[in-house]
Design a protein around this ligand. Sequence first.
Ligand code: CMC
Length: 436
Amino acid sequence: MDAIDGNSAKSATLTIGNESWELPILNGTVGPDVIDIGKLYAQTGKFTYDPGFTSTASCESQITYIDGDEGILLYRGYPIEQLAESGDFLETCYLLLYGELPTAAQKADFDYRVTRHTMVHEQMSRFFHGFRRDAHPMSVMVASVGALSAFYHDSTDISDPQQRMIASIRMIAKMPTLAAMAYKYSIGQPFVYPKNDLDYASNFLRMCFSVPCEEYKANPILSRAIDRIFILHADHEQNASTSTVRLAGSSGANPFACIAAGIACLWGPAHGGANEAALKMLGEIGSVERIPEYIKRAKDKNDPFRLMGFGHRVYKNYDPRAKIMQKTCHEVLGELGIKDDPLLDIAVELERIALQDEYFVERKLYPNIDFYSGITLRALGFPTSMFTVLFALARTVGWIGQWKEMIEDPGQRIGRPRQLYTGATHRDYVPIARRK
Ligand code: CMC
């Protein structure tokens, strides 16, 4: 392959040896143009090679936009800062699903529909009892969300728009209930049923932290903080778990199974598991004096250690969600009267040192959303094993919105990447007695 030259706004010329092809260039409303290589193999007999999809747009989408260089995140065009400051999570869900902010009547109707779907089939609670008490709650979430497809047969026909919408509402509504059940089960306390007169965040906190023998009153400041954390995590365009949901859904799998696949992908420490890993790392560092030692380790190519909560595939600037998360963290600690949190001191100092260090500056490694979320969630009373569960709860609306967008795209086809094969070529079978 000799060259790919963008020679106009409309097409690029690909030259291989003596032959050239014109490849269309597609323009989005904002962000980089894309070279359409859909016919490349048919025309040239060649594939493109892009492990990790660093230069590949896998789909067309109208939901979320990220400008990683400028540190901008927009949901349906609205800046994350404005939504987190002035909106609430269910309003954000409506926006992500339907494309517009709801009117007051639409919001009331949507809140009503979500609230009325928060209970899970009673049989589900028995399903939970099959797990070990010490199971990681993410393993319980992967299984129980997948199992929803065994309980809600009337919303698994993906060709029916009405069923797609009911499945979406069910998933947004039931995730807090399932997440709280996973938590309650792990600590041996009874499940707490949802309560319809509470808002989404307060209901979730109550299902996690109330016990039948005491009245529970949600603290509005803490409810607001958790609601904001949900808004920050609601969607993030074509990240690993969202792409997993899209790929699973492209085969026609039902939405509950697709979201379970997304949860499995989110669990990894390079993705949603980083909030848990970041807090563990801060604990391991233990004191401000030991930070230089860990910075040195993070820079050492022979050491697998990385600063968790630092760096991002797309953001080469401060993650805008991290800024809001940092503010929320201070608000929560202030409300709870936590004056000195040694982990917060370590985090602030670590951030300060890393942001001045040539290694991190050169590679544009900034704190991401997971850097401060662990400290905040811990202060709210969640154990580290629940952090990624909260991420999954909030990201469910993004996954389902992206899944719906894909299913409703008339050009949708099964996702089927190809490969650069470097294995053995044809060889004949050798009977076992003759093998050396
Ligand atoms: N600590 C030390 N070095 C790092 C880090 C880090 N956290 N992140 C990236 N680097 C280095 C990396 O070694 C590489 O160096 P070099 O160019 O010398 O080989 C360079 O920076 C580029 O890194 P990369 O691994 O090629 O970048 P990527 O886009 O493949 O990975 C990432 C992105 C988020 C997986 C990675 O930055 C990372 O592992 N961070 C820690 C885990 C984390 O915080 N994940 C949460 C991401 S935000 C929430 C979410 O989306 O789930």
